[in-house]
Design a protein around this ligand. Structure first.
Ligand code: FES
Length: 107
């Protein structure tokens, strides 16, 4: 996996459909990488803040990710909680797309 100044190559831009999410694991951490309906890319921690369920198994609706376990919702562009039972915001990470690859900065 390419690494440059804390930017990690996560996937190819085309690996994620519009309005969808995929999982990206790095060392002992797990992230969720999102592509919005207007093809902007975002990254958050992979696990819901309510219980340790991976959000990449959830549903993307506009700018919202819905957790697959109890249907808590977050705005994946800001990490803000939008629906209980989740009550702690998600951590978000900077994302850039270069030459068809998606990079996230986790440092
Ligand atoms: S585990 Fe995500 S809302 Fe409960």
């Amino acid at each position: 996996m390419a690494q440059d100044e804390n930017w990690l190559e996560a996937c190819a831009a085309d690996d994620i459909d519009e309005e969808d999410v995929i999982r990206f694991d790095y060392e002992d951490r797990s992230f969720a990488i999102y592509r919005s309906e207007d093809s902007e890319y975002f990254a958050t921690d992979g696990h819901c803040t309510h219980e340790k369920v991976h959000l990449a198994n959830g549903f993307v609706m506009g700018k919202i990710i819905e957790c697959p376990k109890h249907n808590g919702r977050f705005d994946y562009t800001t990490g803000a909680v939008k629906k209980a039972p989740a009550c702690v915001d998600l951590k978000t990470y900077p994302v850039k797309v270069e030459a068809g690859k998606v990079y996230i900065r986790i440092g």
